[in-house]
Design a protein around this ligand. Structure first.
Ligand SMILES: Cc1cc2nc3c(=O)[nH]c(=O)nc-3n(C[C@H](O)[C@H](O)[C@H](O)COP(=O)(O)OP(=O)(O)OC[C@H]3O[C@@H](n4cnc5c(N)ncnc54)[C@H](O)[C@@H]3O)c2cc1C
Length: 435
């Protein structure tokens, strides 16, 4: 892999997401040779993917080159590589560009969409976990309306303008809200010769409330916001299958739709060689101790979505969110310095800073440890926090300007079909998009 030899121990980090970047920043100025491997050359700010899917933001404004994040860090090396396997005996990482030896290994590979084995949904549904997937969804939404204009078949037209979003977590809620705003503010102007009032946005949640990880008041308010925007909220319904045209459920309710978005589950991205049953927890996550060491290994660590650290407060591990990943990356960085210096490591303690979700213009819900609030102020807090955590000054400026522009003009101008998405290729693509 052409990494120079160093007198410092070599730490390999797999994954330049929230966790991997936070760790690399902590460690790369210390006495360690840090090698970051990622199959993409950019960091993807996933919380704003839904805005890419709905034409509110260009993809470039939520992605940032990993090399640029760590420019000037003396002991940092990045390689664009897909990690295929870990040889824990030989302490080697096997990738598509060659093998590399490690002294310490950190797995920060994040999570991927979990279809719970349902091939129909996997092949015909849309996921929104990566930038290419979000661009596919953007194209499909717009193509559906172009197609709806062409057909005389009212049944087909309705199906093209019928959207089913499965999963009432933040992703589902935010996407449903954004689509409802497009229906209200943009479609009538873009498609004056189409009866866009017939467009339906359905949000399907298997449980009895939206945003189940947030407070009851946030759930209630988010539901009220969505209903106010005209979203059909379906609770206590489980989607059973989708064949590209028809969504069946565990009830009599059936949806005829050309677009099903699956936002109902994630699982950790596993790696061959670190997949023994005993070290895997629910959702494929790697069991780690309070220093992030993977069960049974002293020199292999895991952080972020891929790691499951059990504690009294978090018996199922920390939430699969950006904050735990960032805090874990920083904590592990400090611990690795201690480890290299021969000092004892400190156990990780997660500081819950709260959670939030936006439903649309002037509408968000925020749960902080001490306060809970909803509405306009919550929406400003949501925007501020997202701008703050977005990587890169240019991205912050571009996103801020876009938001101000969209707010004043009630618009989303990135509604472009740059790369057409064809349903017949969907099965093949959904497989490829996993990468
Ligand atoms: C649509 C959406 C909305 C979200 N909204 C929020 C939100 O509002 N607030 C919030 O806190 N969290 C949100 N999340 C969750 C949050 O984005 C994740 O919890 C966070 O990204 C986890 O960070 P991570 O470092 O563990 O992994 P990631 O950020 O996912 O990074 C993993 C990295 O590993 C790389 N990788 C994976 N496998 C390999 C391999 N084999 N070889 C090489 N590289 C590999 C990937 O390319 C990626 O860069 C959202 C997620 C999604 C999908």
């Amino acid at each position: 892999m052409n990494i120079p030899q160093s007198s410092f121990p070599r730490v390999i980090i797999i994954g330049g997401g929230f966790g991997g970047i936070a760790l690399a920043k902590k460690l790369s100025k210390k006495e360690a040779q840090v090698v970051l491997l990622d199959k993409h050359n950019y960091h993807n700010f996933q919380p704003l993917l839904y805005q890419v899917s709905t034409g509110g933001l260009e993809p470039d404004s939520i992605a940032y080159p990993i090399r640029k994040v760590l420019q000037g860090y003396p002991n940092f090396y990045f390689r664009l590589a897909n990690v295929l396997e870990i040889d824990t005996q030989a302490k080697k990482v096997l990738t598509n560009i060659g093998d590399i030896r490690y002294d310490y290994l950190v797995v920060a590979t994040g999570s991927e969409t979990n279809y719970f084995g349902n091939k129909g949904i996997q092949n015909m549904g849309m996921a929104m976990k990566t930038i290419p997937q979000s661009l596919n969804l953007r194209s499909l939404i717009l193509e559906n309306f172009e197609q709806a204009l062409l057909t005389d078949d009212l049944h087909e037209r309705d199906a093209l303008m019928n959207f089913v979003i499965v999963g009432g977590g933040p992703t589902g809620v935010e996407l449903a809200g954004a689509l409802a705003e497009i229906k209200k503010g943009i479609l009538p102007k873009d498609y004056p010769d189409l009866d866009t009032r017939r467009a339906q946005i359905n949000l399907v949640q298997s449980g009895d409330r939206l945003l189940p990880a947030m407070s009851e008041v946030a759930s209630r308010k988010a539901e009220r916001f969505l209903e106010g925007l005209g979203v059909n909220v379906w609770k206590n319904i489980r989607v059973a299958d989708y064949d590209g045209k028809c969504v069946t459920t565990n009830t009599d309710t059936v949806f005829e739709t050309a677009t099903l978005v699956w936002a109902a589950g994630v699982q950790a991205v596993g790696i061959k060689g670190l997949d023994a049953k005993e070290i895997l927890a629910r959702g494929n996550r790697l069991k780690v101790n309070h220093f992030h060491q993977v069960e049974g290994f002293e020199e292999i660590f895991a952080i972020g979505d891929v790691a499951q650290m059990q504690s009294e407060d978090f018996p199922e591990g920390h939430p699969m969110m950006a904050q735990p990943a960032i805090q874990q990356g920083r904590s592990l960085g400090e611990n690795m310095v201690r480890l290299i210096d021969g000092k004892p490591m400190k156990p990780f303690v997660y500081k819950d800073k709260g959670s939030m979700a936006t439903v649309g213009r002037n509408k968000a819900v925020v749960d902080l440890p001490r306060f809970k609030f909803q509405g306009v102020f919550a929406w400003f807090v949501w925007m501020f926090v997202h701008l703050y955590f977005l990587i890169g000054f240019r991205n912050r400026v571009v996103v801020f300007i876009n938001w101000v522009y969209n707010y004043i003009r009630f618009d989303r101008e990135a509604r472009l079909i740059i790369r057409p998405f064809k349903k017949q290729n969907q099965a093949e693509r959904s497989k490829l998009m996993q990468d």
